[in-house]
Design a protein around this ligand. Structure first.
Ligand SMILES: *Cc1c(COP(=O)(O)O)cnc(C)c1O
Length: 425
């Protein structure tokens, strides 16, 4: 009996499925984590894993980054929750705005889901229209307007993916194929009640899927021509693709941006920002309601300030290093899989990648679904046995952090070699 198996038996009795977020469960039981540092996490049995789940991308600078821990320690002495404005919030907002030229004003929230919920409500409040367009496979949090899959037929009215989710809500979400600009254009032409378009500029919730050339700029052009607010959900890409997100990389200005994950480098914080005509609609001056007790709390805000200052200080050094490691790693992985004659695809961007067991390019939801997820699960299990923790799902991605070094990557490549051998059969 391991401590983790005992703890899981216990947790199943008191926590639904034994986990506080569904993706954390895997067969036969998830390991229970005791501590983390740099690139590693340790379970209750003392096993060490090199961590590539990395808080689903949140830990861009690594676990317990020293600058951030120091800043937060100081803030703990001053207080943890005031529910009044603070100078810290001004400082963080200015940092966000200077990194993201598309953002005139920003409101801090706690989670990515809260940020997208607010972004969608803002788009509806601004346009006084009802429907939103989302793309198949994009994930925007666990609320009704976006927890939606494509309906059957050409109408594409969304259907809730969750019991308890109302189809009265999800039918106002139109689901369009990612990387299919014709599908998008057709949907815009057919519907005159579109309040907003939301998407991940790089899709990191279906494995990793890159936007095809001109896909994003075409969407920007079409939304602009039709006066439809464009929401870039940069909860993953925000500080990962560049210090100014995917929008800086692709040189596209959305109307609203959502940020989260790497913003706090492991502390609970997210943000929604955009053009001032839109952001000014928020209460109390405006009529779009949004509120939260813990929003802008000084612990998370000081962590995010420290995290952005560190990112901005390192800037090119950080991204050049991450991209270099990612490239070297994915090339080596590709060679191993090719040598073993395993049909595969590797999609990668900046410091993220995913491998799919299929011979066809993975460009959208359908092609991602066609990859052999059983093989992926097998690979995941063997990686874990060999001290490598990646997110336990084909539909997540592998995240590198600034804490990973060459020794980590070499060990991980060895682990992948063993894991790929096991899926070859
Ligand atoms: C994780 C994620 C969210 C939701 O963020 P939470 O903090 O988990 O609510 C939203 N959008 C994208 C793109 C994400 O990856």
């Amino acid at each position: 009996m391991t401590s983790s198996s005992t703890l899981f038996k216990d947790s199943k009795k008191i926590i639904p499925s034994g986990v506080n977020s569904p993706v954390r469960y895997f067969e036969p039981y998830p390991f229970f984590t005791k501590k983390s540092d740099g690139s590693s996490i340790w379970d209750e049995d003392g096993n060490r894993y090199i961590d590539y789940c990395n808080g689903y991308g949140a830990l861009l600078l690594g676990h317990r980054r020293k600058e951030i821990i120091q800043t937060v320690r100081k803030q703990l002495e001053l207080g943890t929750l005031f529910c009044t404005p603070t100078q810290l919030e001004n400082e963080l907002s200015k940092l966000i705005i200077s990194n993201f030229p598309s953002i005139d004003k920003v409101r801090l929230v706690n989670t990515g889901g809260e940020a997208t919920m607010t972004a969608i409500r803002l788009a509806r409040g601004f346009t006084k229209k009802k429907k939103i367009i989302k793309f198949e496979g994009c994930y925007h949090g666990a609320h009704d307007s976006v927890l939606v899959k494509a309906g059957s037929g050409s109408a594409q009215n969304g259907i809730s993916v969750s019991d308890g989710g109302l189809n009265e809500v999800s039918k106002n979400t139109l689901v369009v194929q990612y990387n299919n600009i014709e599908d998008f254009e057709k949907t815009i032409k057919k519907n005159h009640d579109i309040a907003g378009v939301i998407l991940e500029p790089i899709l990191a919730n279906m494995g990793l899927i890159l936007p095809e050339k001109n896909f994003l700029s075409d969407i920007r052009k079409i939304t602009k021509e039709n006066n439809i607010p464009l929401i870039f959900d940069e909860v993953v890409t925000g500080f990962r693709v560049s210090a100014g997100g995917a929008q800086k990389h692709f040189k596209i200005k959305p109307d609203i941006t959502t940020l989260g994950k790497a913003l706090g480098n492991g502390f609970t914080i997210a943000a929604v920002g955009g053009r001032k005509e839109i952001m000014n609609l928020l209460s109390p001056e405006g009529k779009v309601y949004q509120a939260s007790t813990f929003a802008g709390n000084p612990i998370s805000v000081s962590a995010a300030i420290s995290s952005l200052k560190t990112i901005n200080k390192l800037k090119d050094k950080l991204y050049t290093k991450l991209e270099k490691y990612n490239l070297l790693f994915t090339r080596a992985l590709d060679d191993i899989a090719t040598d073993m004659k395993i049909p595969h695809q590797i999609n990668s961007a900046s410091s993220m990648f995913q491998i799919f067991f299929t011979s066809k390019p993975v460009v959208d939801y359908q092609t991602s679904k066609k990859a052999n997820a059983k093989k992926f699960q097998k690979m995941f299990q063997v990686l874990l046995k060999n001290g490598t923790f990646i997110a336990p799902s084909q539909f997540e991605v592998v995240f590198l952090s600034d804490a990973h070094d060459q020794t980590d990557l070499n060990k991980t490549l060895d682990a992948y070699q063993i894991a790929l051998r096991s899926v070859k059969k």
